[in-house]
Design a protein around this ligand. Structure first.
Ligand SMILES: Nc1ncnc2c1ncn2[C@@H]1O[C@H](COP(=O)(O)OP(=O)(O)O)[C@@H](O)[C@H]1O
Ligand SMILES: [Mg+2]
Length: 313
C-alpha cells in the first residue's frame, strides 16, 4: 500500500459545540513531507491530535498504514511519532534515560546503538548525561524529536516545530527533516510560516476554519509564485486588443484603459521588450507601467482571508 495515511470524512465538534474540523479528506504517501499550513485556530493541532489518538473524532475514519486509529489503536499508535506543540519537559531525568524510556513505552527492546545515533543526529550526544531541566529551549525541542523517534515510527508528526525557535535552529530543523526523508520516514508538520512549508514540504495543504481548502504539490504552488503581472496604462482607451497583440496572457481591463500582461517566469512567452516594441509599432502610447509578482504569501493570504473554496483534496 502506497498511502501511509488515509483520512476520510473526518469531522470534530468539541464538547463546547465548536466545530474544529469539517469533513477532512486527505491521503499521504509513504516518504512524503506534508506541510499543513494555517493560521492559529485553523484546526491543525486538532487534526494531528485525532490521528495520534489524543482527541476523539466526532465522525470519519483514519487509517495509519491500514490500521484504524480506533479499532487498532495500539498498532496505529506504534507507527506514529509525535512532537507536540507544547513541550512538557521540565524534568530531573537525563536525556539518555528519557529517550530510552520513551522507546520502552512502546514495548520495543532496548537499542542503545539506535538511541546513540538519534542523539548524535540531533546534536544531543554531548548532553546525554545532562538533566533535561538544564537544556535550552532548542535542545528541549530536539530532545522531543529524539523521544518521538525512539520507537522507530513510520510517520513523524511535528506540530509547529519551529514556533519560537530562532533562525539558525530553524534551519537545523529543516536539515533534520530532510535527513528523515532520506531514511524513508514520512513527515507531517504544521506551521503558520509559509517559508517553512516552502522550504521543507513536497506537498502543502491549507487549512482554514477547520476546512482543508487546498492541497497542492509545492512545485505547482511555486509555479504560481513565478507568475508576474505587467500593467500598462494606455494613453487612449482601446476598443479591442489589436490583432498584432493577440498573444497569450495579454488582456484588456474592463474599462479598456489598461493592458494587463500575465507572464510566467518559467515559461517561454514573449518578452516585455518585444511587447513594448509591438506597442510602439502600433502607435499605442502608454502613460505608466507597473509590475507585480504574486507570492506564495499572497496566494495563502487570499485563500485564508477571502471566501475561496478550491476543493482539491
Ligand atoms: N478542547 C477544546 N474545546 C473546545 N474548543 C477547542 C478545544 N481545543 C481546541 N479548540 C478550538 O478549536 C479550534 C482549532 O484549534 P487548534 O486545532 O488548536 O488550531 P491550530 O492548531 O490550527 O492553531 C480553535 O478555535 C480552538 O479554540
Ligand atoms: Mg496548533
Amino acid at each position: 500500500m502506497n498511502k501511509i495515511l488515509r483520512i476520510s470524512h473526518l469531522s470534530k465538534t468539541y464538547q463546547s459545540g465548536f466545530q474544529a474540523l469539517k469533513d477532512i479528506n486527505l491521503e499521504i504517501s509513504r516518504g512524503e513531507i506534508f506541510a499543513l499550513l494555517g493560521q492559529n485556530g485553523a484546526g491543525k493541532t486538532t487534526l494531528i491530535s485525532i490521528i495520534c489518538g489524543i482527541v476523539n473524532p466526532s465522525s470519519g475514519q483514519v487509517l495509519v498504514d491500514g490500521k484504524n486509529i480506533i479499532q487498532d489503536y495500539r498498532e496505529a499508535r506504534s507507527l506514529i511519532g509525535l512532537v507536540p506543540q507544547e513541550l512538557f519537559t521540565d524534568s530531573f531525568e537525563t536525556v539518555w534515560n528519557t529517550v530510552c524510556f520513551s522507546r520502552g513505552l512502546y514495548g520495543k527492546a532496548p537499542d542503545p546503538q539506535l538511541i546513540e545515533k538519534t542523539l548524535k543526529d540531533l546534536s544531543l550526544w554531548d548532553k546525554r548525561n545532562n538533566k533535561i531541566i538544564t537544556l535550552s529551549g532548542g535542545m528541549k525541542r530536539r530532545l522531543m524529536i529524539a523521544k518521538a523517534l525512539s520507537h522507530e515510527p513510520k510517520i513523524l508528526f511535528l506540530d509547529e516545530p519551529t514556533a519560537g525557535v530562532d533562525v539558525s535552529l530553524r534551519k537545523d530543523m529543516w536539515d533534520l527533516v530532510r535527513d528523515l526523508k532520506n531514511t524513508g520516514t514520512t513527515v507531517i508538520l504544521t506551521t503558520h510560516y509559509i517559508e517553512e512549508a516552502e522550504e521543507m514540504a513536497d506537498r502543502i495543504g491549507i487549512i482554514r476554519n477547520g476546512e482543508l481548502i487546498l492541497v497542492e504539490e509545492k512545485l505547482s504552488l511555486m509555479k504560481k509564485l513565478g507568475k508576474k503581472e505587467l500593467t500598462l496604462q494606455l494613453q487612449h482607451p482601446l476598443a479591442v486588443i489589436p490583432e498584432a497583440l493577440n498573444i497569450p496572457g495579454l488582456t484588456l481591463s474592463e474599462d479598456r484603459t489598461e493592458l494587463i500582461y500575465t507572464f510566467d517566469l518559467n515559461s517561454k512567452q514573449i518578452g516585455i521588450a518585444e511587447l513594448l516594441q509591438t506597442l510602439s509599432r502600433l502607435g499605442l502610447g502608454f502613460k505608466d507601467l507597473h509590475t507585480k509578482q504574486s507570492s506564495l504569501e499572497e496566494i495563502f493570504v487570499n485563500l485564508v482571508n477571502e471566501g475561496v473554496t478550491a476543493h482539491e483534496a
